[in-house]
Design a protein around this ligand. Structure first.
Ligand SMILES: [Zn+2]
Ligand SMILES: [Zn+2]
Length: 370
């Protein structure tokens, strides 16, 4: 039994809330006097653990390659910042390299360390490659799609695809049939090509506005097609990727999920890093490709993103919380996470008044924060 100064329930934020944890799960929640003596009395705001559906690394390590020690480092780093559910995002690599990474990550997903795999490449537009190695970008052939779905052993959760690539619509069909969420991104597609992808079953947009043509009044492009659709929209909000005014525009859809798109330097020092096979220089927390200066992922955490949208973009706290918990969980159909409902995993975060992370519980156990 824990009591909280305030508690974010699926119905809204209540004062003087309580949560009963039974083993790894939430047994009950409520407000007012607790039914029994609490084991912990937390003065702050207790919220569901954060859900990051697009993240590459942190703590100096990354998911690429799927090495167990590296994956554990990434997970531990973001966990200390309140992220209790993470999908492992892979940047473009050779098909052999991706298949090996997927197989290794699938074993770690079986153990519950990560909630699944997100392939951000290799089926992207070379014109919008961003921090993906352009020479490794290929068409989504039926055999390549089948190979990576199979290598992931049922843990492939999301694929980012550029719908203008030959074979993309058939690939979307195949991926959706395999239970994979398809996100439009790293694309040079037109408005019509994006609409065709949405009709074929794509239900999300990868870091909306970044790595796609800008919204233009005569060439509305992917951004307009995604905004007007029912798709979930990822936003990277680190003060670098998207201007707060544009963020506020996307926010009106009510379907925005904050993602970190973080690379190895999240929760680590400035310096030189790699993202896939590319060199990245991080200065003042801003990650750029050494070769072209393009934005190369972020060094954000979901906790820092939450603080940014509430303080810099004027987003009300309940809406901002949804964008780091229930909305990303719904986007990928992740069960038992993203809300403090009876039966959910006992994943929760205590936040201070200025939204700093005080305590983190994952699956009923308190997590060391350093
Ligand atoms: Zn990207
Ligand atoms: Zn990414």
């Amino acid at each position: 039994m824990l009591t909280a100064g305030a508690l974010a329930l699926p119905t809204g934020i209540v004062v003087n809330g309580w949560v009963v944890v039974d083993g790894e799960r939430v047994l009950a929640t409520g407000t007012g006097p607790p039914p029994e003596r609490p084991s912990w009395s937390l003065p702050g705001l207790v919220v569901p653990g954060f859900v990051d559906v697009h993240v590459h690394g942190g703590g100096g390590a990354s998911f690429d390659g799927g090495r167990p020690e590296s994956v554990a480092t990434v997970v531990r780093t973001h966990l200390a910042h309140g992220t209790t559910t993470m999908v492992a995002s892979l940047v473009t690599d050779s098909l052999d390299g991706l298949a090996a990474s997927c197989a290794s990550l699938a074993a770690l997903a079986d153990d519950g360390l990560v909630a699944g795999i997100h392939l951000e490449g290799p089926w992207l537009s070379p014109a919008r490659a961003g921090a993906h190695e352009p020479s490794l970008i290929v068409d989504p052939t039926a055999s390549a799609v089948s190979r990576l779905v199979e290598a992931s052993g049922g843990h492939l959760r999301m694929v980012t695809i550029a719908p203008e690539r030959p074979g993309a619509l058939a690939a979307i069909d195949r991926l959706v049939a395999a239970g994979v969420v398809v996100a439009v991104g790293h694309t040079d597609a037109t408005y019509d090509e994006t609409r065709a992808a949405l009709q074929a079953g794509a239900t999300a947009g990868t870091h909306l506005f970044n790595a796609m043509p800008p919204l233009h009044h005569r060439q509305p492009g992917p951004a307009a097609a995604l905004l007007e659709s029912a798709a979930y929209l990822e936003l990277v909000v680190d003060g670098v990727h998207v201007h707060p005014a544009v963020l506020a525009l996307a926010w009106r859809t009510g379907r925005t999920a904050l993602v970190t798109d973080a690379m190895a330097a999240a929760g680590a020092a400035d310096g030189e890093y790699t993202l896939g096979s590319l060199s990245v220089v991080v200065r003042d927390g801003e990650a750029r490709l050494a070769s072209t200066g393009a934005i190369a992922a972020s060094t954000a955490t979901l906790a820092s993103s939450l603080r940014f949208v509430t303080s810099m973009a004027g987003v009300p706290l309940p809406d901002a919380l949804a964008a780091v918990t229930s909305t990303p969980a719904a986007m990928l159909g992740l069960e038992a996470v993203g809300s403090l409902a009876p039966g959910a995993w006992a994943d929760l975060v205590e936040l201070s008044d200025d939204l700093e992370v005080n305590r983190v519980m994952r699956r009923g156990a308190w997590v060391p924060l350093s």
